[in-house]
Write a protein that binds this ligand. Structure first.
Ligand code: PMP
Length: 405
């Protein structure tokens, strides 16, 4: 598997020394590094074509609008979105899900109905639904997990019933790595007339995603986890549902006509893109998508699988390490704890060696309670990681044990 080594030259930050040591970056689940192709595309746009979009009659305004809309088209194709006008640019996954919760949830989820989630949701796909439930008087239900951190689908079939208005599930867990059978879950939701929103923040960067096959009502992801800039993400929504929803944010661009006492709304997707959007960021995300497509998402998924399996095997062969999540069907994260060492101390010690991992609750506090831990350490992988990075992690854990245990 040569992918990691082949592409490392494209990521300038991988040449940076951290605390005098070569950087070993194992925190891509929090945010990924950026290849030259993305940095150059962002800069080129700002240097040569920058202007606001959808407004100016001037040449640069048209160039920028063309580039921004080309980004939308390319992203729509990348996720096999059934309709281009359903692809809405947002600031990222949390804004996408908040949009659905406020504009769909508060309007269409009714008192006494249920919203079905899982205990492995990131706070971004949990807290908005808590607010909706409180606002309308709906019940929150949680699909139980089996001891290996996979969902109990037999229980899901019972929980998702005639009362269910919304099913909100993550495609891939940012802690356990679990890849959920989202196609099946969407089907369960649709069978009872409920809508399904899928949090794809940890899936779109790592595997082929085909929304035509999955058929969700809403799907969200963040650009910065898939080699793109920060401040840009996507919500895909089914156009017929988006048309029935009220706007989330208001301002320029999302209106058609404004009177002193009322206003009417622009067509999709602009109805949900209030104000000047993140233009250069969308263009940077387009470059990221092109880069990922050139390598191939199947290949990236295979490389992730290889590295994660390798890391799990190596960690499992060390003494006194607790590993979390299933053994198969998992994404590119490994969460673990070393007995007697707080994950924050482990992360701080690894940092001295130039190794960046994440430690904490990973914005999944209910899941930490389910695991019965305060926090975990998490090493996450992406296409620029290699087996050498795993070796550095293992060496770092051994050193930490000598120093801290
Ligand atoms: N959902 C999941 C599953 C995530 O892993 C994350 C980020 N850790 C988010 C949502 C939030 O996305 P962002 O980092 O863009 O705020």
């Amino acid at each position: 598997m040569l992918l990691g080594r082949d592409v490392r030259k494209d990521f300038p930050i991988l040449n940076v020394k951290v605390n005098g040591k070569p950087l070993v970056y194992l925190d891509s689940a929090a945010s990924s590094q950026k290849p030259n192709a993305v940095l150059e595309s962002y800069c080129r746009f700002c240097e040569q074509r920058y202007s606001n979009v959808h407004r100016g009659i001037h040449t640069l305004g048209e160039a920028a609008t063309g580039d921004y809309e080309a980004a939308r088209g390319s992203i729509a194709e990348f996720i096999q979105a059934p309709a281009l006008e359903g692809v809405i640019f947002t600031r990222g996954t949390p804004e996408s899900i908040n949009l659905v919760a406020h504009s769909y949830g508060k309007k269409f989820v009714k008192h006494g109905q249920s919203i079905v989630l899982t205990p492995m949701e990131h706070h971004a796909n949990l807290v908005p639904w808590q607010l909706v439930a409180k606002f309308v008087g709906a019940e929150l239900r949680f699909i139980p997990m089996k001891s290996d951190g996979t969902l109990d689908l037999a229980e899901a079939r019972k929980l998702i019933d005639k009362t269910t208005a919304m099913v909100a599930v993550t495609h891939a867990s940012n802690v356990l790595g679990t890849i959920n059978p989202v196609g099946e879950i969407v089907e369960l939701a649709h069978k009872v007339g409920a809508k399904a929103v899928i949090d794809g923040a940890q899936a779109v960067p790592h595997m082929p995603v085909n929304l035509r096959e999955m058929n969700p009502d809403f799907y969200s992801f963040s650009g910065h986890k898939m080699l793109g800039p920060t401040g840009i993400g996507v919500l895909y929504g089914r156009p017929e549902i988006l048309n029935d929803m009220d706007p989330f944010l208001t301002g320029g661009e999302m209106i058609r006509e404004v009177y002193l006492d009322h206003a009417t709304w622009n067509d999709l997707p602009y109805k949900f893109e209030a104000g000047t959007p993140a233009i250069a960021e969308a263009i940077g995300l387009h470059a990221a998508v092109r880069y990922l497509q050139e390598i191939g998402m199947e290949r990236i998924a295979q490389m992730d699988h290889y590295l994660t399996t390798h890391a799990l095997e190596k960690l499992a062969s060390e003494p006194d390490i607790a590993l979390y999540g299933p053994l198969s069907q998992r994404g590119a994260v490994t969460s673990f704890n070393v007995k007697g060492i707080h994950p924050h101390d482990l992360a701080a010690l690894l940092d001295r060696e130039g190794i960046a991992i994440r430690a904490g609750h990973h914005c999944c506090q209910p899941l930490m309670r389910w695991l019965d831990v305060q926090a975990t350490a998490r090493a996450s992988f992406y296409l620029y990681n290699t087996a050498d990075d795993v070796a550095a992690l293992i060496e770092g854990v051994r050193t930490a044990r000598k120093v801290l245990a």
